[in-house]
Design a protein around this ligand. Structure first.
Ligand SMILES: Nc1ncnc2c1ncn2[C@@H]1O[C@H](COP(=O)(O)OP(=O)(O)OP(=O)(O)O)[C@@H](O)[C@H]1O
Length: 349
């Protein structure tokens, strides 16, 4: 657990970067600091591992005041990942990852074995270990940065805009990877970003900060979307927040119904109904319209996943019927947008 108690940071030139920050990061969760440029996110983060010290107030890591721990000891228990990974250019990928274990006295052999294990954990093929950072893509470099931060198995991970330098598709992959890792490793993570979508996607809780170092709201993503504390947060969270909040509502109340199906590759005739084309394993392949023409399908959603997926599936389907599948991608049934909206309405109580 990390606790900020009335923490203020004022720089020598009089700039107040962080102003009376009170906030608790629960153990085993991801907390995201988000806000416009200059609002004090990085300064707040850097006070946790004593790259900066507060002007006043206290920061506790697992109940211990960080000012009472010397920085090298403190940092052994705190992994740190920065934008563009910050890898050492003249060391191989494997040696980059092995840096901290070597520093804390592991043998070279043990450190390298651990590094190889970590490369696998972050989804990189073992042979990349022999390359130098410049020989990797941006996304691969970020993965190495994450592996390096995890090397000594620190309970706390600080991540400062770690995925900002890569394109949106790679970035989503890295976010998924982080969530997968976190499900396995259960770290206490503080993640800084200026991207609210990233914050909402990966945060268990999100701290929205505003210029002057003030905390505007600290809440789970679903609450930021549905109950922003003020206009600043509402504007910062952005458009379509009602629709986006549906990502946090499960679709369990939405009952799927049967739909006529036709096997892939058969001859289609006209009919009064839309029919779903399925392959031999019952995986949806598209639709046959009443006039017997074949039309590509809309988005699919997995039963029990978010209700946003169910609604999108219905809205994007040429037949108006959203297609639900099971975990193996086999047809479970269909839903209409009206059904989904009725469930949303009924939950309003
Ligand atoms: N060493 C310093 N000396 C004086 N002012 C500083 C120093 N470091 C940061 N600041 C100021 O403190 C404020 C907060 O900076 P910080 O880097 O924490 O913001 P941020 O929210 O992380 O911004 P960004 O998203 O642009 O990285 C800014 O006004 C910044 O100019």
């Amino acid at each position: 657990m990390i606790e900020f108690r009335d923490v203020t940071k004022r720089f020598d030139d009089g700039t107040t970067a962080v102003n009376g920050l009170d906030l608790v990061v629960e153990a085993g969760t991801i907390t995201v600091f988000v806000g416009p440029s200059g609002c004090g996110k990085t300064t707040s983060l850097r006070m946790v591992n004593r790259m900066l010290d507060p002007t006043s107030g206290t920061i506790l890591v697992d109940g211990e005041d960080v000012l009472g721990v010397d920085p090298p000891t403190l940092r052994r228990g705190i992994g740190y990942v920065i934008q563009q990974a910050g890898l050492f250019p003249h060391r191989t990928v494997l040696d980059n990852v092995a840096t901290v274990p070597l520093l804390i006295g592991w043998t070279r052999r043990k450190a390298r074995a651990r590094a190889a294990e970590l490369l696998e954990l972050v989804g990189l093929p073992a042979e990349l270990g022999r390359r130098y950072p410049v020989q990797l893509s941006g996304g691969q470099q970020q993965r190495v940065g994450v592996a390096r931060a995890l090397a000594a198995d620190p309970p706390v991970l600080l991540m400062d805009e770690p995925f900002s330098a890569v394109d949106p598709v790679v970035r989503e992959g890295l976010q998924d990877e982080l969530l997968r890792l976190q499900a396995e490793l259960d770290k206490t993570i503080v993640f800084v970003t200026h991207d609210i979508d990233e914050a909402i996607r990966i945060g268990d809780k999100v701290a929205v900060m505003r210029t002057g170092g003030f905390l505007a709201q600290y809440a789970p993503p679903s609450v930021l979307l549905t109950r922003p504390a003020d206009d600043f947060v509402a504007n910062f969270v952005g458009k379509d927040r009602g629709y986006r909040s549906l990502s946090f509502v499960d679709s369990s109340g939405v009952e799927v119904v049967e739909v006529p199906t036709v096997p892939e590759g058969s001859a289609f005739e006209s009919s009064s109904d839309w029919r779903l084309v399925v392959d031999a394993d019952k995986r949806p392949q598209g639709w046959v319209a009443p006039d017997a023409s074949v039309v590509p399908g809309g988005s699919l959603y997995e039963v029990g996943a978010s209700i946003r997926g169910a609604l999108d599936s219905a809205l994007s389907s040429p037949s108006g019927l959203g297609v639900a599948v099971d975990a193996e991608g086999r047809l479970a049934g269909v839903v209409t947008a009206r059904q989904v909206l009725d469930v949303i309405e009924s939950r309003r109580g």
